[in-house]
Design a protein around this ligand. Structure first.
Ligand code: NAI
Ligand code: 15L
Length: 281
């Protein structure tokens, strides 16, 4: 990985140094726990689950507003990754993602935290037809929201919540519609949606330090040759992706084949999530 340059950004006020990371025990949390300290951040780790190798991490349930407020107190910024990251029952999504995000924004408002980076998802727009070709046809961020699951719906809520708190209370947010953030692309769709761990660090750092933010929505992918989304809004924050899933393409296509016309992965941004049914009580 290229050595991070903490001085690269030119924020209008001091760059945040103490950053609360919710969802620190998760997959993306694991990547950012490793990488963000290299950009000069001091992380306060929280999760419902124990954070491997981090005995100082705080056990915080996003469903508990008092615990969330105590966790937020004194930090410069928040990276909000915590919550359910796949489809679930509406009740569970409501509690962890919708109420949980509300508790987080209320805590930010009450404790005077000015910058949040929200892990939104491509599943907020999962029922949008995927572009025929990458490149010039790449989809802009201002397509209408078309969630593909209750999970995606909670990300639409999170983006709207961020918009409200920016307009009303001056809490700035970058909502990153993450594609697929894993060590390597796991299937053919991910050749388009992949966000490498190193590019995730670059993007979250840009989102934490960019100066012209009110509520900004950006897609979060690497510089994939097959990318479906317009990266201009992320680049405007200072994001300069260095990875391209294409180096895995031969191997991935050999294992999984090209996308099959008519399949959910071929038709829609959200792929298989468009056919996912939550468990009913
Ligand atoms: P993950 O499922 O590995 O991690 C989520 C973490 O949130 C877990 O450690 C879990 O214990 C914690 N959590 C769940 N409910 C909680 C609660 N009530 N209180 C406190 N913590 C709670 O998910 P991953 O992959 O790390 O994703 C992180 C974030 O990024 C999620 O918000 C996800 O929706 C979003 N995202 C991730 C993508 C990816 O490709 N990994 C793609 C798009 C969005
Ligand atoms: C997501 O939002 C999920 O959290 C992640 O597990 C992946 O499924 C990703 O989207 C994706 O679309 O690949």
């Amino acid at each position: 990985m290229t050595a991070p340059n903490p001085a690269a950004a030119t924020p209008s006020r001091p760059a945040p140094r103490t950053v609360l990371l919710t969802g620190a025990a998760g997959g993306v949390g694991g990547f950012l726990r490793e990488s963000l300290p290299g950009y000069g951040y001091q992380l306060r780790l929280t999760d419902l689950a124990p954070v491997p190798g981090a005995p100082d991490a705080l056990p915080v349930d996003l469903r508990d507003p008092d615990a969330v407020r105590a966790a937020v107190r004194g930090v410069d910024a928040i990276v909000h990754l915590g919550g359910l990251s796949l489809e679930d029952s509406f009740e569970n999504i409501l509690e962890a993602n919708i109420r949980g995000s509300y508790h987080l924004y209320e805590a930010a408002r009450l404790e005077g935290v000015r910058r949040v980076v929200f892990a939104s998802s491509n599943h907020a727009v999962g029922f949008v037809p995927r572009p025929e070709q990458p490149g010039p046809d790449a989809l802009p961020v201002d397509v209408p929201l078309r969630p593909d699951t209750y999970y995606g719906l909670s990300k639409c809520f999170g983006e709207s919540l961020a918009s409200l708190y920016a307009d009303k209370y001056g809490v700035e947010t970058v909502s990153i519609r993450i594609g697929s953030c894993f060590a390597v692309p796991r299937d053919t769709r991910m050749l388009s949606t992949w966000l490498s761990p190193a590019d995730a660090a670059r993007l979250f750092h840009a989102a934490l330090t960019a100066s012209r933010v009110h509520h900004s929505v950006v897609y979060g992918i690497s510089a994939n040759t097959r990318g479906w989304w317009d990266l201009a809004p992320a680049r405007a924050l200072g994001y300069d992706p260095q990875d391209d899933s294409e180096r895995y393409a031969a191997e991935v296509v050999a294992a999984h084949g090209e996308l099959v016309p008519g399949s959910p992965e071929y038709r829609f941004l959200g792929g298989a999530f468009t056919g996912t049914e939550p468990e009913r009580p």
